[in-house]
Write a protein that binds this ligand. Structure first.
Ligand SMILES: NC(=O)c1ccc[n+]([C@@H]2O[C@H](COP(=O)([O-])OP(=O)(O)OC[C@H]3O[C@@H](n4cnc5c(N)ncnc54)[C@H](O)[C@@H]3O)[C@@H](O)[C@H]2O)c1
Length: 276
């Protein structure tokens, strides 16, 4: 492949993409980057005001969709196909985060310090024992069920066409589970397993499926974190800063493009060198 061809391989002209959770953060940055590279996008989100604003700006389409509801995901995929005539790229990105808990975060730091300084007393965090059925269920439903529903609906269209790229947004915590968020870590690790299992089934039929594991990225998802929490997080990142949405969108857009033609069942992380 020559240098000019190499750049052409990143082009998304003539591609139609559906991005769940595309109304904010990483999803919105991905919608914008893919549009700039020639794709037409559908933004599926529970926040229709924001989704409509972005769709209007990008000349795309906004689709109301709660990814925890399989019927709504089916309708979102069908609407995209009805609008554009095809679905080439599915980005399963919609997500939520556990609410920040400053007090518990302080105790986690304290417990780590107690390993170095015997005068500091460690205290149990009681994270898992305090996780309710409802909170656990919502986390798993949003992330794992959302990706399952999105992948299932996209594949029903892509496999018969022998073409398509599905990108599932996991997390660095799916690779390195965190004591502070066991439900989130489990959901994101399961997304990696689902990505690999499904890729093994369909890669023979022209559909590529990959997972992206962002590190801490400055989006509205983290907007409630205190300065103290942000400082501690940044101290665990080799590059000494959080990522910005476009840095993750670049990885997602690459996986959507012909440049990633030999990538499937893979896990791509972009974390600035997360050290934890
Ligand atoms: N920001 C980070 O540091 C980070 C790190 C690793 C992974 N991630 C993952 O990246 C993805 C995007 O996160 P973000 O940081 O852009 O967050 P964000 O809060 O900025 O955007 C998330 C979007 O998902 C939508 N959403 C939430 N629940 C939904 C549902 N049930 N159905 C449809 N849409 C729903 C929200 O309305 C919002 O538009 C998530 O899966 C998140 O877990 C983020």
């Amino acid at each position: 492949m020559g240098a000019t061809d190499a750049f052409a391989a990143f082009d998304l002209g003539g591609k139609y993409a559906l991005i769940t959770g595309g109304a904010s953060g990483l999803g919105a940055a991905t919608a914008e980057l893919m549009t700039n590279r020639g794709a037409r996008v559908a933004i599926a989100d529970i926040n229709m005001d924001a989704a409509s604003d972005i769709a209007r700006r990008l000349d795309g389409v906004a689709v109301p969709c709660d990814v925890t509801d399989s019927a709504q995901v089916r309708i979102a995929v069908q609407t995209t196909i009805d609008t554009y005539g095809a679905l080439d790229v599915m980005v399963n990105n919609a997500g939520i985060a556990p609410p920040p808990d400053n007090d518990r975060f302080q105790r986690m730091i304290n417990n780590q310090m107690s390993r170095l300084d015997p005068s500091i007393t460690a205290e149990p965090l009681d994270i898992l024992v305090n996780l309710s059925d409802g909170v656990w269920d919502r986390m798993i439903r949003t992330h794992l069920y959302g990706v399952f529903y999105g992948t299932r609906e996209a594949l029903a269209h892509m496999t018969p066409r022998r073409a398509g790229s599905i990108i599932n947004i996991s997390s660095i915590l799916g690779m390195r589970p965190s004591a502070s968020a066991p439900h989130y870590s489990v959901a994101k690790a399961a997304i990696i397993a689902l990505t690999k299992a499904t890729s093994a089934e369909v890669s023979q039929f022209g559909v590529r499926i990959n997972a992206v594991c962002p590190g801490y990225t400055d989006t509205p998802l983290l907007s409630h974190y205190s300065e103290m929490m942000r400082s501690v997080i940044v101290s665990q990142i080799g590059m000494g800063r959080m990522g910005v949405s476009d840095e993750i969108a670049q990885v997602i857009a690459f996986l959507a493009s012909p440049a990633a033609s030999y990538c499937t069942g893979e896990v791509f992380s972009a974390s600035g060198g997360y050290l934890s």
